[in-house]
Design a protein around this ligand. Structure first.
Ligand SMILES: NC(=O)c1ccc[n+]([C@@H]2O[C@H](COP(=O)([O-])OP(=O)(O)OC[C@H]3O[C@@H](n4cnc5c(N)ncnc54)[C@H](O)[C@@H]3O)[C@@H](O)[C@H]2O)c1
Length: 717
């Protein structure tokens, strides 16, 4: 009946028809502009066919429909409120026409039905899902809200509480949970899906199931009286608002749209939803969060293209050093199914590494994310070792011994002699040059950096660092291994600090100067946390370790003397001299006490405040806005410089490295996107006003060029 590039419509026996979504040239189905337009044509064909008794909706892909095409958002959102509502209206008309067809519609949900894909399902009369299906409305995670009827049909179908939970959390739900929530009508084994959906459709056709009643329910106002409505919406707005925080407004906006539309019929409610959508879509938060999504896709694509070049999969790995990092790396590798030898020189180190893995796995078992049997299997994949026996069997080595160039040189040479000629050796060093470490090796081409972040189990980023002689093969295998470990690898060039520390230390330098000039570090923490950072700089320094920070800062100053050499005694020097090393010895800028859950709890420290006060040489009065500027400008100029120097290839990777490596607030979309949102000219003018603070406040050439020519790091996205 219809054959397009996204949809096919065919006749089935007994007067039924089947609409199959199979977007050509794509691995998943999504509602791009083409699919939306074709669906309109399909509906015309269906409306004109006089002899159809019922419609079955299916997907020919493994995922049912993953949603709207987010890659197109930039173009659509740039059209302004009217352009956005027009865009929404086209598919809303489609879904309403589907819902208004003169015969029943049943959808067979075989896999992911997310966002627009789920809204497509909601427009159908009955939903039959495979046990493998996953359903959800993740729009609020992107700073937007469902725009194709999700906020309208879901509450009318399953009630306000479930709708709020699904929409505000944005989370994916498995098929049984969707059945319990009555979002789907049946869940069956994957091989029974089609049969069950056809059976349901037949029941509708014969009148055993009243699909008309379903439709009426979805098209009518919500069946709540005023008091019930107030209770449901007001309570959830307060709760969701507190959970999401003021930087993520879209969940509450979605609830408000549902509330405003509660006493309206479908078509009026859709109008309210569209207006709310257009409003949030224009916010910098939506821009940032959808931008992050797009950048993450780019990271995935780049990692995949490296994986294609891999000569050998990593089936066995080894880590040298069973300390904080080595233990974490062994845990992560074993958790994701890659057996790993964990070698240390001391049994005590091994015991600590294993204890850490045990602790993390026990937590998983406690939270029912893993069975005790599975925990045993993971632990079995970690093979503790005090010798190099069996190292000739591994495809990958990660060196994570103490941060000492001499020790690392000797350990690297030692391990190279014990592995096979094509084993890739990597180092988790945070401050030592990869090209320098490679000097200890006979086969420097098989060596690169593999820089994990602490704690390894939680931090997604892995910097894969290319030294002067590193081969593509070494990079490819390391990227593939990082992927296999469930991490986000980003390939960067060797330089002091690599990418993340190179830009983090200028940020710390900004902090040191603020404190020197007399600003209370607790206030700086508060201001930066309000700005969005998960922890302020003083707190972060405590977590990093004051000793580590002092050491790393020296390395950075040697690497970039013109910008990073400091000529004053900073707060970290004073704390270090007083033996306050941060969280590791429970005293740094703050005091720490272990709480009931075993987590360090932060308290203000009179001792630290007094010590730091001694190092202050000024008495600066400053606005919160200037605190942010003085903190962020050094980080931003250095990141732009890294891009200019080709340390990192793209703005997207530069920004994602900070999001995944430091917890930079996702709603700001990245440091370079922050510059874009401010405008490079405004950023440069702001930097100029702080030029007396030194060269970290001078924008590099790419930024001044952007400012002069009104350029941006990103297009709309
Ligand atoms: N801790 C962090 O936050 C962090 C973050 C990123 C990178 N790193 C880097 O990771 C590496 C390890 O750091 P860490 O914090 O885990 O240190 P750590 O002191 O906790 O652990 C080092 C381990 O290496 C072992 N070791 C020493 N010499 C060895 C040898 N010859 N062979 C095998 N094992 C040996 C020690 O016994 C110890 O168990 C360092 O290069 C560090 O710069 C650390």
């Amino acid at each position: 009946m219809y054959q397009g590039k996204a949809f096919t419509l065919t006749r089935l026996p007994d007067g039924m028809a089947e609409l199959t979504f199979d977007l050509q040239g794509e691995s998943v189905n999504k509602f791009n502009l083409l699919a939306v337009s074709e669906l309109g044509d399909v509906l015309t064909a269906l409306e004109q066919a006089a002899d159809i008794k019922g419609l079955l909706v299916t997907s020919a892909k493994e995922a049912f429909v993953v949603g709207a095409d987010i890659m197109e958002f930039g173009e659509v959102f740039a059209k302004g409120p009217e352009g956005i509502t027009d865009h929404l209206a086209e598919n809303n008309r489609n879904f309403c026409r589907l819902e208004d067809l003169p015969f029943p519609v049943v959808v067979a949900i075989n896999g992911f039905a997310l966002g627009g894909g789920m809204e497509f399902c909601l427009a159908c009369d009955y939903r039959v899902a495979s046990e493998r299906a996953k359903l959800g409305l993740p729009e609020t995670k992107l700073g937007i809200l469902p725009g194709w009827g999700g906020t309208v049909r879901l509450p009318r179908l399953v009630g306000v509480d479930t709708a709020v939970e699904w929409i505000a959390s944005g989370k994916e739900n498995d098929a049984p949970a969707a059945l319990t929530a009555r979002v789907v009508d049946a869940v069956v084994a994957p091989d029974k899906l089609r049969e069950a959906a056809v059976f349901t459709l037949q029941q509708c056709i014969t009148g055993k199931l009243d699909y008309h009643a379903r439709r009426e329910q979805k098209k009518a106002p919500l069946q709540l009286n005023f008091i019930e409505s107030m209770m449901a919406f007001e309570t959830s707005k307060a709760f969701v608002g507190a959970q999401a925080g003021r930087n993520y407004p879209s969940p509450v906006t979605a609830i408000k749209a549902m509330q405003k539309a509660a006493d309206k019929s479908r078509d009026e409610a859709l109008q309210i939803e569209a207006e709310a959508f257009a409003k949030v879509a224009q916010t910098p938060t939506a821009q940032a969060l959808t931008g992050i999504f797009v950048s993450d896709q780019l990271l995935g694509k780049k990692a995949k293209s490296w994986e294609k070049k891999v000569d050998k999969k990593v089936s066995r790995a080894a880590v040298l050093g069973a300390g904080i990092m080595g233990g974490g790396i062994a845990y992560q590798s074993a958790l994701k199914g890659v057996p790993i030898k964990m070698k240390d020189i001391a049994q005590q180190g091994i015991d600590l590494g294993l204890a850490e893995a045990n602790k993390l796995l026990s937590k998983r078992v406690e939270r029912k994310r893993m069975t005790a049997h599975e925990m045993g299997e993971v632990l079995n994949r970690i093979e503790p070792a005090l010798t190099y026996d069996g190292f000739d069997q591994v495809e990958m080595v990660v060196e994570a011994v103490v941060e000492n160039p001499k020790v690392k040189h000797s350990v690297l040479a030692e391990v190279e002699a014990r592995v096979s000629a094509d084993t890739i050796i990597t180092s988790n060093t945070s401050t030592i040059s990869i090209s320098y470490l490679a000097k200890a090796l006979q086969r420097p081409e098989n060596f690169c950096g593999m820089h994990f972040f602490n704690p390894v189990s939680l931090m997604p980023l892995v910097e894969v660092i290319r030294g002067e002689q590193t081969s593509d093969n070494a990079i490819a295998r390391t990227v593939a291994y990082a992927n296999a470990m469930g991490k986000k690898p980003i390939v960067v060039k060797d330089c002091p600090g690599f990418l993340v520390n190179r830009v983090l230390f200028p940020y710390f330098a900004g902090f040191s100067m603020l404190v020197r000039d007399g600003v209370d570090y607790q206030r700086i923490d508060k201001v930066m946390e309000t700005w969005g950072w998960p922890m302020g700089p003083a707190y972060l320094l405590d977590v990093v370790g004051i000793d580590t920070a002092v050491h790393a800062e020296k390395v950075m100053a040697e690497g970039y003397p013109e910008r990073m050499q400091r000529d004053f005694t900073a707060a970290i020097d004073v704390l270090f001299a007083a033996g306050r090393l941060g969280q590791k010895n429970q005293q740094g800028f703050y005091d720490y006490q272990t709480d009931k859950k075993g987590k360090p709890e932060k308290r203000p420290s009179e001792t630290a405040l007094a010590l730091v006060k001694e190092s202050m040489t000024g008495n600066l009065e400053i606005t919160d806005e200037d605190i942010v500027a003085r903190m962020m400008i050094p980080m931003a100029t250095e990141l732009a410089r890294c891009l200019e120097e080709g340390i990192v290839e793209t703005a997207a990777e530069a920004d994602m490295a900070l999001v995944y490596g430091t917890g930079f607030p996702p709603f700001r979309g990245g440091v370079l996107r922050w510059i874009d949102q401010l405008g490079a000219a405004k950023f440069c003018a702001m930097a100029e006003s702080f030029r007396d603070l030194g060269p970290l406040y001078l924008p590099p050439a790419n930024l001044t060029d952007f400012a002069a020519n009104n350029k941006k790091f990103y297009g709309w996205k």
